[in-house]
Design a protein around this ligand. Structure first.
Ligand code: ZN
Length: 664
């Protein structure tokens, strides 16, 4: 497509507004340009370039703006009514290119407004002013007669028609404010519309600063148990058992700051936090209300009961909200899940919660934005957003439900919502396992001695990279705390870090044997212990996986210093399976042999194959299948063990077949 300079200007202005989280977040806001184009026959036609549905303003490109014919859409202006389905059909049908993205649901509003350029945001400062009982009066005083003000209406045909009638009466307006939703500004150029947007937001910010009557909300003295104690309990309360006996788990994204603390510690928290989100769109990611955990006991069983009860009560409250409002929308097929997406903990901060890290992050970002808007609104008056029914209309809007059903139909990755810790994960088997678990949907913490190596692997899939000397029990505890603070818990441990020491057992130095025991036995024990503590807080079982070795069952000459602790670790697996089966925690091992890694280097392979007088290739393929065994083969074995809900105390051999080393 050829991109006109006007469209380039629109893209640039959209990206600038989109990059400012105080103006829009996560797909919020939109923009448009009216222009002339030519149809296939070469005839000139009036078109609107409008942001595609679901596109993020911060990252839009020209191709994210489908061109729609103005004429068939203008013909809808005077209809008495139009269903959402018919509107979407008309919008999609008006695209010049049927393969272009679906136009924004606010497209008709852009079509009916006469301005060449239209920009739309949900600016925090504007929302703090309009979400007031006297919001309309306040906004008229601040913005003057040049801004047209429409009462709240759901985005779509009704709002577009209201806007059209209003602007017909105010042809010189520089913008349109939709109460309790957001601001549209107009311009002959993109620069003009952008300047008007920024000026209005600055004016709103100035008003908030000058009108502030209360410092912040009245704060109650709050103390809370620590984050790493609470997060696993919260995740545990969200988890449900699937029909195949695997766990359906959630991920958390924790935030705190002075502003968040002032908000969650406020005496009136329940009133203002339960009032609703700052702009109705947020409801899709945040639900109408947050979960408030304001009386958390420190004692573990009491905390577990309290959080479970609070989540259950939230679910009942959500079910009655759905029942109260279901009659508003004919297309409501079934209630959505009754779990909260935001949890507020006085004395601590807030959690975003989601099935994936992305969902949890979006919920946390929006919750943080709401803290800002609500705090500002409360400092000049009282926060008063749209009604519960208006929120329901957005949450259960037909096209939105269809989008969710399409996403669900795609299926979920096997490890979605699961949090895995992999040690020795900067290279070799650890890195291959971390990658494979992440590719199957897990949130993965990559632990290794050096931070740079751990982070390099973690950043490939948006995981968490941590430096950790696994032979230092305190460092292990700190690392597991960091994983819990970052993702909310731990479900899977792949204890993989190890190193091979050699020596003839009758003469080997004591020091070598002890060093090997530190890494090849005690390190497995201390990290397993730290993970079991988290798993028991979650109360939803867990999967412990250990990398043992062929040496644990079939010793090689002069490999005693390596094989002895590995044999102890093999027994450790059985002890964990025995002692923690009652907690639903499974313990399994992979017994791998002859994998080309940092432990079996190319130089070692050259040396050993020469000693056996075979080629390197033949040496690596010296097994029953006659094929080299790779780090990915081992990673797959770990994956299979973790996906087998009834398997514990098992050892899975990955060596291409070796009868001498076969378990008996
Ligand atoms: Zn909007």
């Amino acid at each position: 497509m050829t991109v006109s300079s006007d469209l380039k200007q629109l893209v640039a202005a959209s990206r600038k507004l989109g990059a400012n989280p105080k103006l829009v977040l996560h797909g919020g806001g939109n923009s448009s340009l009216k222009a002339q184009a030519r149809d296939v026959a070469g005839r000139p036609i009036d078109v609107l370039y409008v942001k595609g549905s679901g596109r993020d303003l911060a990252e839009v490109e020209a191709r994210d703006f489908p061109a729609v014919r103005m004429e068939p859409l203008l013909a809808l202006r005077d209809l008495a009514s139009l269903t959402d389905a018919a509107m979407m059909q008309a919008l999609n049908g008006a695209r010049l290119d049927p393969d272009a993205p679906s136009p924004s649901v606010e497209t008709l509003l852009h079509v009916f407004l006469p301005a060449t350029f239209v920009l739309h945001t949900h600016a925090d400062a504007v929302l703090a002013l309009t979400n007031q009982p006297n919001g309309e009066k306040l906004c008229r005083e601040i913005f003057g007669p040049g801004l047209a003000i429409a009462p709240y209406a759901m985005s779509g045909f009704a709002l577009a028609q209201t806007a059209h009638k209003l602007i017909a009466k105010h042809p010189d307006a520089w913008g349109l404010l939709v109460l309790k939703h957001g601001l549209f500004t107009f311009g002959k150029t993109a620069d003009e519309a952008e300047k008007r947007m920024l000026d209005a937001v600055a004016k709103a910010g100035g008003k908030l600063r000058s009108a502030r009557t209360k410092a912040t909300s009245q704060r109650a003295k709050r103390v809370s148990p620590p984050l790493e104690d609470i997060a696993p309990v919260l995740r545990g309360a969200f988890a449900t058992r699937n029909p195949d006996d695997t766990w359906n788990r959630w991920v958390g994204d924790f935030r705190t700051s002075a502003a968040i603390r002032a908000f969650v510690d406020g005496k009136d928290l329940k009133r203002y936090a339960n009032a609703g989100p700052a702009t109705p769109d947020h409801v899709i990611w945040t639900k109408p209300k947050p979960l408030i955990l304001d009386a958390l006991p420190a004692d573990l069983p009491a905390m577990q009961n309290y959080v479970r009860d609070a989540v259950a009560a939230f679910g009942q409250d959500y079910a009655s909200y759905v029942a109260r409002n279901a009659g508003r929308r004919a297309e409501v097929s079934a209630p959505l899940d009754p779990l909260p997406r935001v949890a507020l903990v006085p004395g601590l901060g807030l959690f975003g919660l989601g099935r994936t890290q992305r969902e949890a992050k979006i919920a946390a970002d929006l919750a943080e934005a709401n803290v800002g808007v609500i705090t500002a609104a409360e400092s000049i008056g009282r926060f008063a957003p749209v009604s519960e029914g208006d929120l329901f209309d957005i949450e259960y809007w037909g096209p939105e439900q269809a989008k969710r059903e399409r996403a669900n139909a795609k299926g979920t990755p096997a490890l979605q919502g699961q949090i895995a810790v992999v040690t020795g994960a900067a290279s070799g088997i650890g890195a291959a396992t971390a990658r494979m678990f992440a590719a199957n949907g897990a949130s993965v913490a990559v632990l290794d001695l050096g931070l740079a190596g751990a982070e390099a692997v973690a950043q490939e899939f948006g995981g968490l990279g941590l430096a950790c000397d696994v032979t230092d029990a305190r460092a292990v505890k700190r690392a597991i705390d960091a994983v819990v603070q970052h993702f909310g818990g731990v479900d899977i441990l792949v204890s993989n870090a190890g190193a091979a020491w050699q020596g003839e057992i009758g003469t080997v130095a004591d020091d070598i044997l002890r060093r090997s025991f530190e890494l090849n036995f005690f390190a497995h024990q201390s990290i397993a212990q730290a993970c079991v503590a988290v798993m028991r807080r979650q109360k939803t079982g867990g999967s412990l996986l250990f990398n043992t070795s062929k040496q644990a069952v079939n010793p090689g000459a002069n490999f005693g210093p390596y094989g002895l602790p590995k044999a102890a670790t093999l027994f450790l697996v059985r002890q964990y399976a025995l002692d923690h089966g009652k907690d639903g925690i499974r313990a399994n091992a992979v017994n791998a042999d002859r994998i080309r890694t940092g432990l079996l280097t190319d130089a070692m392979i050259a040396q050993r194959s020469a000693a056996r007088k075979v080629s390197e290739d033949k040496y690596m393929r010296g097994n029953l299948l006659g094929e080299e065994v790779t780090a990915d083969d081992v990673a797959r074995a770990f994956l299979h063990l973790t996906l087998s809900p009834k398997t514990t105390a098992a050892v899975l051999t990955v060596d291409g077949g070796n009868i001498e080393a076969a378990l008996r």
